[in-house]
Design a protein around this ligand. Sequence first.
Ligand code: NAD
Length: 491
Amino acid sequence: MSLIQHRIDGFRTGGSATLTVRDPATEKAVGEVALAGEEEVGAAVAAAARAFDAWQDVSQARRARIMFAFRDLLERHEDELARLVTAEHGKVLDDARGEIVRGREAVEFACGIPQQLKGEYSDQVSAGVDAYSFRQPLGVCAGVVPFNFPVMVPLWMHPIAIACGNAFVLKPSERVPSASNLIADLYAEAGLPDGVFNVVHGDRRAVDALITHPDVAAVSFVGSTPVARHVHAAATRAGKRVQALGGAKNHAVVLPDADLDLAAAQITAAAYGSAGQRCMAVSVAVAVGEAADPLVERLASRARALRVGPGADPGSEMGPLIGDDARTRVVAHVDAAEAAGAEVVVDGRGLPGPGFYVGPCLLDGVSTAMAAYREEIFGPVLIVLRADSLDEAVALVNANPYGNGTAIFTSSGEAARHFQRRVHVGMIGVNVPIPAPMAFYSFGGWKASLFGDAHVHGPEGVRFYTRAKAITTRWPRSPAGSAPAAAPSAG
Ligand code: NAD
């Protein structure tokens, strides 16, 4: 059984307390992951703090060159990384490759960091006085990430933090730890000095030690809403800069003038891809007016046709859930909705093991009072709600506590424009079901989907991982005269 260790200051350490990591497709153990306590977290932060001292002075050009090398290594090791993701997460290999490509785009953005760090300069703001500003790194930044994107979500954080001149400590999800260790190896091969990127594995104990450590300047978190809320509160109380992205309940609104075949195909992929374990998964389809019945018919036939099986099998379109706890939660939600009167149009319960499988489920006749609608299920369950008008659909989206992503399917530009202006949601797609922004924009939701005010990656990522200095200078030409006692004014 392999031991999955921490990467601290370039060394592999730890392993006294461990947790078994399982392949969700077979339920078999694939390794034992080390669980960090305060001591290992302290060692990682100390290594990062030492490394930061020198790294902050490394030229922008050299930092960018290391990012270019890292980006090429990510491309060369794509297959190896994807196989690690599939073995521990269960998603199909193509989907694992897809997340690596999307994550690599954030590294490509970080390669252009000199452009992002350009400051401002104002000549002659007063007689003989100039003003300028520039941004500097914060120090040691920490990242705590969920299980569902073992490569992409961390890549939203550390390349930008590091390119900005920070050192980083990553706490991966204990359910999918191995990809982060390969990432640490690739950084080392790219020429990143030891200690600039560290990985500590563990559970909530490691998280609580990391986010309150006195030498950590900033915390980036992505995960479920209750934990995001806790991390935001605890780290803010400890004086850190914090961005904490939470869960979601993403609605796709389908108007009667939409291409219903396109809408059904796109919504099916967005609802059941990765077994619905995406923060941008579509979990609610809001069918407006006469779109409802033909949409449900199309969604049902597509859901029934999806091939469920091991992620490593090229014939599979959807893999298992992450664990037995997830399978139990998903089935319980479908059971409860059915008992409360919902119609289970497509029933994915009861698939045989081994493997934590639940097939696609499609629920019609769901009310907004049901737990299956109110809570994030995070599994392959698509709920259909019906609305009489676009305004009623917008009101539904806005009444939901989450505000991560949403989409509208329509052929009316006017309707789409009205929708995008009115919904209280951070990321919006028009005939695009999963509107995850490109790496040169920033990613983040509203309401219970984000705590803190900074979205991740892109320009907001650069601002989050740096702080500004404003300088005012005077270089007198001749020996200075007497300084006026009155407050200086522009002259
Ligand atoms: P999770 O909240 O259970 O875990 C996330 C991280 O927090 C893990 O590293 C875990 O070890 C740690 N953690 C868990 N419980 C903790 C606690 N009580 N105290 C401190 N740390 C704790 O989330 P998950 O199940 O790994 O991931 C799925 C969730 O992540 C879903 O809710 C999904 O919507 C969300 N997610 C959100 C986004 C986004 O961009 N908003 C992206 C991906 C995933």
